[in-house]
Write a protein that binds this ligand. Structure first.
Ligand SMILES: Cc1cc2nc3c(=O)[nH]c(=O)nc-3n(C[C@H](O)[C@H](O)[C@H](O)COP(=O)(O)OP(=O)(O)OC[C@H]3O[C@@H](n4cnc5c(N)ncnc54)[C@H](O)[C@@H]3O)c2cc1C
Length: 515
């Protein structure tokens, strides 16, 4: 494995950390934190050396003077995944998590350095076997696959043993530190790892945002910063679709591009800074419009009474209409291409299906990681659906493009793909498939509660029968981002709509007060 990122702190950054932390010493053999601990401080090394070990005691990396220890769980509060053992007499600065948070908001350059290092360390950890959560369960078990998808979407390091657990219902989940959970819910795992907020059975808020993608997080930042008591409920992972994007090249202010994970992690920190409350994993299952308070019911029986609601549930990937697809999903068929998938597919034949920018980005990313990539799409000319710069990148990284190609059959054994047959009858040897076939709106849970268009996207403004621009057919219930009929399916548009919806919430609430 390539060593996780390890930048050096400047003298002035060490001095800043010293002001917010405490200088300590440790002897050779001391353990600064270990797998399964509930929390740990940021550690900046002044003198000496520390080895970072996995749960089995294998060394991952060593850090010396001016380096720092820590990764994403310093921000999220997740259980510790690694052990830090002193290998040379140590003098260091320890900054506790509560002291670190305000510092990250106040010191831009230090915050950039720490955040991007935490992110790249997390990406590196996702590629290491034996770090994080262990899942035991066969790929034929729906509950196992739900758990695998969930941990992947939350970017948690995990190892998956594709076999039935002994004497327990699948999946058996083993936490860092060894605690075993037989067939837990995703919420139970997240909360056991120290992430995720426990909601009261009934909560009352000014603004409930349903969905924690760019639109929902945008609404949360603006809502909370403008004094609304704001709760965000998210069913899977904060960050939404954008969080799974390898690189967002067209988001304003990031000329070199930014990974979706980094952009959305920053957004989550920003929302928390303004006291918005993000709660995961909580799935909204029903909306009962009311007069003054709307009720949103959540999967585990919770009920949220909100003066205003912003629907920001986005859309979900379309699946390929072929027999036996489920058998391959998660093993050799994927809907996102992140570091673990790139690692898995190196030097293999890979098919990326779709003609949009997300397919293009995934194909380039996988090709750069050493896969032999063929991009398959339905139309005659890729330029009709993909940005020019990506079409050029495909050529640059040797991606073969096949126009007018649709998959008819999958061939393989036990979830391992060997080939596909196109509808023309041509057979292509492919070991992995990545599907980027567009999206369906996540609106089924709304039933008839709000007016939707024929594809299920939520109607707003004039199309919904009056009201404010982003208001649905129910006064006080707004829609923002990909879930909204006619919206531009882009991060910037989603964030913009989230912020705009908050202005309209204020207008609606003011109207109610004066009305
Ligand atoms: C691989 C990929 C690459 C992309 N690259 C780019 C790019 O380079 N540039 C760009 O501008 N755009 C890009 N996009 C598009 C961009 O990510 C989306 O337009 C944007 O994420 C939409 O934001 P959203 O908040 O409306 O919805 P989403 O991001 O879809 O977020 C919706 C959230 O709601 C949650 N949710 C759904 N149902 C429920 C429920 N019932 N209860 C609670 N929560 C629920 C979902 O879990 C999800 O987290 C990309 C998308 C993908 C998939």
């Amino acid at each position: 494995m390539e060593a996780p990122a390890s930048p050096v702190l400047s003298e002035s950054q060490l001095a800043t950390l010293a002001e917010h932390g405490e200088e300590r010493t440790a002897k050779v053999g001391d353990v600064l934190y270990r797998v399964g601990d509930r929390s740990y401080p940021l550690i900046a090394i002044l003198e000496g050396e520390v080895a970072i070990l996995d749960a089995a005691g294998n060394e991952i990396v060593r850090h010396g003077p001016s380096k720092f220890l820590g990764e994403m769980n310093l921000l999220t509060g997740q259980t510790v995944f690694l052990t830090a053992a002193v290998t040379e007499p140590l003098r260091y600065i320890a900054v506790e998590r509560d002291a670190l948070r305000p510092l990250l908001f106040d010191d831009g350059p230090l915050s950039d350095l720490l955040l991007s290092t935490f992110m790249s360390r997390r990406e590196a950890l996702q590629r290491v076997d034996g770090v994080g959560v262990e899942i035991v369960g066969p790929h034929g078990s729906e509950a196992t696959m739900r758990m695998v998808d969930f941990l992947r979407a939350n970017r948690l390091p995990f190892t998956w043993n594709d076999a039935p657990p002994e004497e327990a219902e699948a999946p058996l989940v083993r936490l860092p530190g060894g605690t075993e959970m037989p067939a837990p819910s995703t919420g139970e795992v997240l909360r056991a790892l120290g992430i995720g907020r426990e909601l009261a059975p009934r909560e009352e808020v000014d603004l409930l945002v349903v969905g924690g993608g760019p639109a929902g997080l945008g609404a949360a930042v603006y809502g909370a910063s403008e004094g609304l008591e704001t709760l965000v409920v998210e069913s899977t992972a904060l960050g939404g679709q954008a969080g799974s994007s390898r690189r967002i090249e067209n988001y304003l202010g990031f000329p070199a591009g930014i990974s979706g994970a980094e952009l959305t992690s920053r957004a989550v920190s920003q929302a928390r800074k303004f006291n918005a409350r993000p709660a995961t994993p909580y799935r909204a299952v029903a909306l009962d419009p009311g007069n003054g308070r709307h009720i949103v019911r959540l999967e585990e029986g919770h009920e949220i009474a909100a003066r205003s609601v912003i629907l920001a549930t986005g859309a979900q990937y379309r699946r390929l209409p072929v027999d036996g697809l489920a058998e391959y999903e998660g093993l050799s068929v994927f809907y996102a291409a992140g570091p673990p998938e790139a690692q898995l597919c190196g030097a293999s034949r890979v098919g990326v299906v779709g003609g949009g920018n997300s397919a293009g980005q995934a194909a380039v990313w996988l090709a750069r990681a050493g896969a032999l990539v063929t991009l398959l799409h339905r139309r005659a000319d890729l330029g009709e659906t993909m940005s020019d710069y990506l079409v050029r990148e495909l050529a640059r990284y040797g991606v073969a493009v096949r126009d007018k190609s649709e998959i008819g059959t999958l061939h393989g054994d036990d979830g391992h793909l060997e080939a596909v047959t196109l509808k023309t009858g041509e057979r292509l040897p492919l070991s992995f498939l990545f599907l980027f076939l567009g999206a369906l709106p996540c609106t089924e849970w709304l039933g008839d509660a709000v007016a939707r268009d024929e594809d299920g996207f939520v109607l707003t403004g004039g199309a919904a029968g009056g009201g404010y621009l982003l208001e649905t057919s129910i006064p006080g219930v707004f829609a923002a981002g990909d879930v909204r009929s006619g919206s531009t399916k882009r991060c910037a548009a989603a964030v913009g709509e989230g912020s705009m919806a908050v202005q309209l919430v204020h207008a609606r609430l003011a109207g109610e007060r004066s009305g």
